[in-house]
Design a protein around this ligand. Sequence first.
Ligand code: ZN
Length: 281
Amino acid sequence: MRLARLGDPGAEHPVVLHGDRVLDLAGVTNEIDGAFLESGGLDRVRDALPDLPAVEGAGGLRTGAPIARPGSVICVGMNYAAHAAESGALPPPHPVIFHKTPNTVVGPSDPVVIPPGSTKTDWEVELGVVIGRRASYLAAPSEAMAHVAGFVLCNDLSERDHQLATSGGQWSKGKSAPGFCPTGPWLVTPDEVDHVNLRLRSWVNGEPRQDSTSADMVFSVEHLIWDLSQYLVLEPGDLVLTGTPEGVALSGRFPYLKPGDVVELEIDGLGTQRQELRAYS
Ligand code: ZN
Protein backbone atom coordinates (compact mmCIF):
# COMPACT_ATOMS: atom_id res chain seq x y z
CA MET A 1 0.00 0.00 0.00
CA ARG A 2 0.98 3.60 -0.59
CA LEU A 3 -0.23 6.15 1.94
CA ALA A 4 0.12 9.90 1.69
CA ARG A 5 -0.98 13.11 3.40
CA LEU A 6 -2.43 15.87 1.23
CA GLY A 7 -3.22 19.47 2.07
CA ASP A 8 -1.71 22.65 3.42
CA PRO A 9 1.13 22.47 5.99
CA GLY A 10 -0.31 21.48 9.36
CA ALA A 11 -3.68 20.58 7.83
CA GLU A 12 -2.83 17.48 5.80
CA HIS A 13 -5.42 14.73 5.34
CA PRO A 14 -4.43 11.06 5.13
CA VAL A 15 -5.16 9.19 1.90
CA VAL A 16 -4.35 5.84 0.36
CA LEU A 17 -3.45 5.38 -3.30
CA HIS A 18 -5.30 2.53 -4.95
CA GLY A 19 -4.28 2.07 -8.56
CA ASP A 20 -4.59 5.56 -9.99
CA ARG A 21 -7.29 6.55 -7.50
CA VAL A 22 -6.73 8.64 -4.37
CA LEU A 23 -8.99 7.43 -1.56
CA ASP A 24 -9.91 9.30 1.61
CA LEU A 25 -8.86 7.72 4.92
CA ALA A 26 -11.04 10.03 7.03
CA GLY A 27 -13.29 7.11 7.98
CA VAL A 28 -10.31 5.05 9.16
CA THR A 29 -8.01 7.58 10.81
CA ASN A 30 -7.41 11.31 10.99
CA GLU A 31 -3.63 10.96 11.06
CA ILE A 32 -0.73 8.76 9.93
CA ASP A 33 1.35 8.78 13.06
CA GLY A 34 2.83 6.49 15.69
CA ALA A 35 -0.50 5.79 17.38
CA PHE A 36 -2.08 4.83 14.06
CA LEU A 37 0.80 2.53 13.10
CA GLU A 38 1.11 0.94 16.55
CA SER A 39 -2.60 0.14 16.76
CA GLY A 40 -2.73 -1.86 13.52
CA GLY A 41 -3.80 1.07 11.38
CA LEU A 42 -2.27 -0.34 8.21
CA ASP A 43 -4.36 -3.51 8.61
CA ARG A 44 -7.49 -1.39 9.05
CA VAL A 45 -6.71 0.46 5.82
CA ARG A 46 -6.14 -2.83 4.01
CA ASP A 47 -9.50 -4.12 5.29
CA ALA A 48 -11.28 -0.95 4.20
CA LEU A 49 -10.00 -1.09 0.62
CA PRO A 50 -11.32 -0.53 -1.94
CA ASP A 51 -14.59 0.74 -0.48
CA LEU A 52 -13.34 4.18 0.49
CA PRO A 53 -14.53 7.46 -1.04
CA ALA A 54 -12.32 9.17 -3.61
CA VAL A 55 -10.76 12.52 -2.75
CA GLU A 56 -12.15 15.23 -5.00
CA GLY A 57 -9.51 17.45 -6.61
CA ALA A 58 -6.60 15.49 -5.15
CA GLY A 59 -4.32 16.57 -8.01
CA GLY A 60 -4.56 20.20 -6.92
CA LEU A 61 -3.56 19.57 -3.32
CA ARG A 62 -0.06 19.97 -1.88
CA THR A 63 1.63 16.71 -0.90
CA GLY A 64 2.87 16.77 2.68
CA ALA A 65 5.21 14.31 4.36
CA PRO A 66 3.37 10.94 4.46
CA ILE A 67 3.83 10.69 8.23
CA ALA A 68 3.06 13.20 10.95
CA ARG A 69 6.00 14.75 12.81
CA PRO A 70 8.03 11.83 14.20
CA GLY A 71 9.23 11.62 17.79
CA SER A 72 12.76 11.12 16.48
CA VAL A 73 14.58 11.38 13.18
CA ILE A 74 17.73 9.29 13.44
CA CYS A 75 20.23 9.35 10.61
CA VAL A 76 23.00 6.97 9.72
CA GLY A 77 26.22 8.44 8.33
CA MET A 78 28.78 6.89 5.98
CA ASN A 79 26.64 3.88 5.11
CA TYR A 80 27.83 3.61 1.50
CA ALA A 81 31.54 2.90 1.02
CA ALA A 82 31.91 5.14 -2.05
CA HIS A 83 30.28 8.07 -0.21
CA ALA A 84 32.59 7.57 2.77
CA ALA A 85 35.52 7.68 0.35
CA GLU A 86 34.32 10.90 -1.37
CA SER A 87 33.98 12.42 2.13
CA GLY A 88 37.58 11.48 2.90
CA ALA A 89 36.72 8.69 5.34
CA LEU A 90 36.79 4.92 5.61
CA PRO A 91 33.56 2.96 6.11
CA PRO A 92 32.95 2.85 9.87
CA PRO A 93 33.24 -0.44 11.81
CA HIS A 94 29.91 0.30 13.55
CA PRO A 95 26.97 2.44 12.37
CA VAL A 96 27.53 6.15 12.92
CA ILE A 97 24.39 8.08 13.90
CA PHE A 98 23.32 11.68 14.29
CA HIS A 99 19.98 13.40 14.75
CA LYS A 100 17.87 15.71 12.66
CA THR A 101 15.26 17.64 14.64
CA PRO A 102 11.78 16.20 13.89
CA ASN A 103 10.52 19.63 12.80
CA THR A 104 12.74 19.36 9.69
CA VAL A 105 10.25 16.88 8.16
CA VAL A 106 8.34 18.61 5.35
CA GLY A 107 6.64 17.71 2.09
CA PRO A 108 8.56 16.29 -0.87
CA SER A 109 8.13 19.34 -3.08
CA ASP A 110 8.15 22.16 -0.54
CA PRO A 111 10.70 24.88 -1.42
CA VAL A 112 13.98 24.64 0.51
CA VAL A 113 15.37 27.79 2.10
CA ILE A 114 19.17 28.01 2.13
CA PRO A 115 20.24 28.96 5.68
CA PRO A 116 21.42 32.59 6.01
CA GLY A 117 25.09 32.91 5.06
CA SER A 118 25.29 29.31 3.84
CA THR A 119 27.63 28.53 0.95
CA LYS A 120 27.65 24.75 1.41
CA THR A 121 24.07 23.48 1.26
CA ASP A 122 24.10 19.93 -0.11
CA TRP A 123 21.64 17.18 -1.11
CA GLU A 124 21.53 13.52 -0.01
CA VAL A 125 18.99 11.05 -1.44
CA GLU A 126 18.19 8.42 1.21
CA LEU A 127 16.00 5.44 1.92
CA GLY A 128 13.95 6.27 5.03
CA VAL A 129 12.52 3.61 7.34
CA VAL A 130 9.32 4.32 9.31
CA ILE A 131 9.03 2.39 12.56
CA GLY A 132 5.70 0.67 13.18
CA ARG A 133 6.35 -1.17 16.43
CA ARG A 134 8.50 -0.27 19.44
CA ALA A 135 12.01 -1.70 19.04
CA SER A 136 14.27 -2.13 22.06
CA TYR A 137 17.15 -4.60 22.48
CA LEU A 138 16.22 -6.73 19.48
CA ALA A 139 17.96 -10.10 19.70
CA ALA A 140 19.02 -10.24 16.05
CA PRO A 141 18.75 -8.34 12.75
CA SER A 142 16.23 -10.96 11.62
CA GLU A 143 13.73 -9.44 14.10
CA ALA A 144 13.99 -5.95 12.62
CA MET A 145 11.44 -6.03 9.80
CA ALA A 146 8.61 -6.89 12.21
CA HIS A 147 9.16 -3.39 13.61
CA VAL A 148 9.09 -1.59 10.24
CA ALA A 149 5.85 0.00 8.98
CA GLY A 150 7.24 1.01 5.61
CA PHE A 151 9.69 3.01 3.56
CA VAL A 152 9.89 6.62 2.40
CA LEU A 153 12.07 8.72 0.12
CA CYS A 154 14.02 11.40 1.99
CA ASN A 155 16.44 14.21 1.24
CA ASP A 156 18.93 14.53 4.10
CA LEU A 157 19.76 18.15 3.30
CA SER A 158 23.04 19.20 4.87
CA GLU A 159 24.96 22.43 5.50
CA ARG A 160 28.56 21.23 5.36
CA ASP A 161 30.20 24.12 7.26
CA HIS A 162 27.68 23.68 10.06
CA GLN A 163 28.16 19.90 9.90
CA LEU A 164 31.97 19.95 9.85
CA ALA A 165 33.65 23.34 10.43
CA THR A 166 31.50 24.70 13.29
CA SER A 167 29.99 21.40 14.39
CA GLY A 168 31.94 21.08 17.62
CA GLY A 169 32.53 17.48 16.61
CA GLN A 170 28.97 16.26 15.98
CA TRP A 171 27.05 16.56 12.70
CA SER A 172 23.53 17.47 13.84
CA LYS A 173 24.07 21.25 13.56
CA GLY A 174 24.49 20.82 9.82
CA LYS A 175 21.39 18.65 9.41
CA SER A 176 18.60 20.46 11.23
CA ALA A 177 17.93 23.76 9.45
CA PRO A 178 14.22 24.47 8.82
CA GLY A 179 12.81 22.19 6.11
CA PHE A 180 15.98 20.08 5.86
CA CYS A 181 14.15 16.72 5.67
CA PRO A 182 11.80 16.58 2.67
CA THR A 183 9.96 13.27 3.08
CA GLY A 184 7.64 11.36 0.76
CA PRO A 185 5.55 11.50 -1.35
CA TRP A 186 4.41 8.10 -0.06
CA LEU A 187 4.76 5.74 2.87
CA VAL A 188 5.09 2.39 1.09
CA THR A 189 4.55 -0.86 2.98
CA PRO A 190 7.39 -3.42 2.88
CA ASP A 191 5.41 -5.92 0.79
CA GLU A 192 5.49 -3.47 -2.16
CA VAL A 193 9.24 -2.81 -2.42
CA ASP A 194 12.39 -4.91 -2.47
CA HIS A 195 14.21 -2.69 0.03
CA VAL A 196 17.53 -4.53 -0.30
CA ASN A 197 17.87 -3.56 -3.96
CA LEU A 198 16.36 -0.15 -4.67
CA ARG A 199 17.89 2.31 -7.11
CA LEU A 200 18.44 5.76 -5.56
CA ARG A 201 19.04 8.79 -7.80
CA SER A 202 19.35 12.56 -7.58
CA TRP A 203 19.68 15.40 -10.04
CA VAL A 204 20.45 19.13 -9.78
CA ASN A 205 18.96 21.32 -12.52
CA GLY A 206 18.34 18.15 -14.52
CA GLU A 207 21.97 16.96 -14.35
CA PRO A 208 22.59 13.57 -12.74
CA ARG A 209 24.30 13.51 -9.36
CA GLN A 210 23.73 10.30 -7.35
CA ASP A 211 22.89 6.93 -8.90
CA SER A 212 23.32 3.91 -6.69
CA THR A 213 21.41 1.08 -5.06
CA SER A 214 20.53 0.13 -1.52
CA ALA A 215 22.38 -3.14 -2.19
CA ASP A 216 25.58 -1.10 -1.70
CA MET A 217 24.80 -0.23 1.93
CA VAL A 218 27.60 -1.02 4.40
CA PHE A 219 24.98 -1.97 7.03
CA SER A 220 21.60 -3.32 5.90
CA VAL A 221 18.26 -1.91 7.06
CA GLU A 222 17.86 -4.97 9.29
CA HIS A 223 21.32 -4.53 10.81
CA LEU A 224 20.73 -0.82 11.43
CA ILE A 225 17.40 -1.28 13.23
CA TRP A 226 18.86 -4.08 15.37
CA ASP A 227 21.99 -2.04 16.13
CA LEU A 228 20.07 1.14 17.02
CA SER A 229 17.81 -0.85 19.34
CA GLN A 230 20.84 -1.77 21.46
CA TYR A 231 21.36 1.92 22.31
CA LEU A 232 17.96 3.63 22.14
CA VAL A 233 14.26 2.85 21.88
CA LEU A 234 12.73 3.23 18.44
CA GLU A 235 9.07 4.17 18.73
CA PRO A 236 6.20 3.88 16.27
CA GLY A 237 6.26 6.80 13.86
CA ASP A 238 10.02 7.38 14.24
CA LEU A 239 12.01 7.88 11.05
CA VAL A 240 15.43 6.34 10.39
CA LEU A 241 17.47 7.63 7.43
CA THR A 242 19.85 4.97 6.21
CA GLY A 243 22.64 7.03 4.62
CA THR A 244 23.41 8.43 1.20
CA PRO A 245 25.43 7.10 -1.72
CA GLU A 246 28.20 8.98 -3.53
CA GLY A 247 27.57 12.01 -5.74
CA VAL A 248 27.04 14.93 -3.35
CA ALA A 249 28.69 18.37 -3.50
CA LEU A 250 30.91 17.55 -0.52
CA SER A 251 32.90 15.37 -2.93
CA GLY A 252 34.23 18.50 -4.66
CA ARG A 253 32.94 17.22 -8.00
CA PHE A 254 29.81 19.39 -8.04
CA PRO A 255 28.91 22.93 -6.90
CA TYR A 256 26.85 23.43 -3.74
CA LEU A 257 23.23 24.55 -4.04
CA LYS A 258 22.26 28.16 -4.72
CA PRO A 259 18.94 30.01 -4.95
CA GLY A 260 17.00 28.99 -8.05
CA ASP A 261 18.52 25.52 -8.26
CA VAL A 262 16.14 22.57 -8.52
CA VAL A 263 16.91 19.27 -6.79
CA GLU A 264 15.10 16.13 -7.88
CA LEU A 265 15.26 12.74 -6.16
CA GLU A 266 13.87 9.31 -6.90
CA ILE A 267 13.91 5.86 -5.32
CA ASP A 268 12.36 2.91 -7.16
CA GLY A 269 8.80 2.41 -5.98
CA LEU A 270 8.93 5.26 -3.46
CA GLY A 271 8.15 8.15 -5.80
CA THR A 272 9.92 11.37 -6.69
CA GLN A 273 10.74 14.69 -5.04
CA ARG A 274 11.38 18.12 -6.55
CA GLN A 275 12.61 21.06 -4.50
CA GLU A 276 13.38 24.60 -5.59
CA LEU A 277 16.11 26.32 -3.55
CA ARG A 278 15.40 29.78 -2.22
CA ALA A 279 17.45 32.45 -0.43
CA TYR A 280 16.62 33.20 3.20
CA SER A 281 14.74 36.46 3.70
ZN1 ZN B 1 22.58 11.49 5.24
